[in-house]
Write a protein that binds this ligand. Structure first.
Ligand SMILES: Nc1nc2c(ncn2[C@@H]2O[C@H](COP(=O)(O)OP(=O)(O)OP(=O)(O)O)[C@@H](O)[C@H]2O)c(=O)[nH]1
Ligand SMILES: [Mg+2]
Length: 442
């Protein structure tokens, strides 16, 4: 079975305002990532005068096709790929070369096509295949992946140490919630509710109190449990991904691409992280794996221009979903935050409803800082949905409750591992069940 991708960790990420200009040759890339063939360049389109309304018509995008034989092209028969169907090596749909040529033709009038850049990426930036199975479906998968969370660990021996219904038990629960990053406001409310009900003798034992806490936690998350619905009339439905460095934006795009393809959507990706050549290469590899066209202009291109070109191409082709990547940026850097506003405005010139979803990716290990991240991104670009990643491993998990309570922004997906199948539609019951199993009170 094929699977997925690990790369540098957030703490390794360079500061977003420092230009990242490291280049690698195709040979270095091939050595670092043997299963990914270098992307083919779409046929060069003729040079045409720039279009007046194009926001920043610098260089035309290249639509990068996965390495697939043009002779095998069957344009009208998109191939569905599932994880089970994927062989060990990179796959692409048979019709890809024809699709890429069609996209190149659409993009031709926009501006000159720049020569193909060799995918230049440090090995650490590329998704690496690792041999690990996806988490099982449903609640068992969530339990398996979240069992090491700080939340689950702080509650581990709590009920066996405090089997009696008393203030000590409540104090311990309060400390555990705060330690797990649930936040002061939500914790205070939860404890006040439990205390009131305990005094009213509503609980016959500690187990009953645990059941009430689980229900209260689920109730905090229910209002934000609103799955992302693709409007099939949008053509394309534009998803703009944003977030600070290294949170999992590009990986999430790769996982979403597989999900949307499996659901029968036609897709296009826009390589809007133009800070690093490696970021473009990383997205291209995800594109190859999923057989999805990637619109790119290479490193240092204007991100808004890439997004604009991609949306124009997607519209012309009748693509159903366009997902745009952006460079990671610190929420405290106002210049970079303003750039996101520009991307949003430029997309709106083509489709006033675009982007239809501004998906902010948040690293579940971040803790309370996630709140100020979301506050700033929301102010800059109006976030409409969240993805909380890296909830597997040692994430505290509690910040999800704090985010839900303070912002009420829908949590669309949760990342509970690195395989495409490990991006789960957010499920409050499965999440709370994994953090705080019923059996703890037994
Ligand atoms: N364990 C785990 N790792 C994840 C998850 N999502 C992403 N990652 C890892 O997080 C690392 C960073 O992921 P990227 O997708 O490159 O992050 P990014 O936000 O695009 O990073 P920049 O473009 O540098 O801002 C990679 O090693 C991913 O494999 C997840 O849900 N669980
Ligand atoms: Mg990225």
């Amino acid at each position: 079975m094929l699977s997925f991708f690990r790369r540098k960790k957030p703490q390794d990420a360079a500061t977003p305002d420092a230009p990242k200009t490291q280049h690698y040759s195709a040979e270095e890339l091939a050595a670092a990532f043997p299963s990914a063939a270098p992307p083919e360049q779409a046929p060069a389109a003729p040079v045409a005068p720039p279009v007046a309304e194009a926001p920043v018509p610098t260089a035309a995008p290249e639509v990068v096709a996965p390495a697939t034989s043009a002779a095998q092209a069957t344009p009208e028969a998109p191939q569905e790929t599932t994880a089970e169907a994927l062989p060990e090596r990179v796959l692409a749909p048979e019709n890809f070369a024809a699709e890429a040529a069609a996209a190149a033709a659409v993009l031709a009038p926009l501006a000159p096509v720049i020569p193909a850049q060799e995918p230049a990426a440090p090995a650490a930036d590329l998704p690496v295949l690792v041999d690990a199975p996806p988490a099982p479906a449903g609640k068992p998968g969530w339990r398996e992946r979240l069992r090491n969370s700080a939340f689950a660990r702080s509650f581990g021996g709590l009920f066996s140490r405090n089997p009696k219904l008393d203030d000590d038990l409540l104090d311990e629960i309060e400390t555990a919630l705060l330690t797990a990053d649930v936040g002061v406001a939500a914790t205070t409310e939860l404890i006040a509710d439990l205390r009131k009900r305990m005094k009213a003798r509503e609980f016959i034992d500690a187990n009953a109190l645990l059941a009430a806490l689980r229900a209260d936690l689920i109730a905090i998350l229910q209002p934000v449990s609103k799955p992302l619905v693709i409007d099939r009339n949008a053509k394309p439905f534009v998803v703009l991904t944003v977030g600070v460095n290294g949170v999992g934006k590009t990986t999430t795009i790769g996982k979403l691409a597989k999900r949307f393809k499996d659901e029968g959507h036609s897709l296009m990706l826009a390589a809007g992280d133009t800070f690093r050549a490696a970021a473009v290469a990383q997205l291209q590899i995800w594109g190859e794996r999923n057989g999805v066209a990637v619109v790119a202009q290479g490193q240092n291109a204007d991100a808004a221009s890439v997004a604009y070109d991609a949306l124009q191409a997607g519209k012309a082709r009748g693509t159903s979903v366009l997902i745009a990547d952006t460079a990671g940026r610190l929420h405290t850097q106002s210049g970079l935050m303003n750039e996101l506003g520009k991307i949003r405005r430029v997309l709106g010139k083509i489709d006033e409803n675009a982007p239809h979803e501004v998906l902010m990716v948040i690293d579940g290990t971040t803790g309370q800082n996630a709140l100020s991240q979301l506050r700033q991104f929301n102010a800059a670009v109006k976030v409409t949905g969240l993805v909380v990643t890296k909830l597997d491993g040692t994430a505290k998990g509690g910040v999800v409750f704090a985010l839900a309570r303070e912002f009420g922004i829908p949590i669309r997906f949760a990342g509970i591992g690195e395989r495409p199948e490990d991006l789960r539609v957010f499920d409050p019951e499965a999440f709370v069940d994994a953090l705080l199993p019923e059996a703890l009170g037994a």
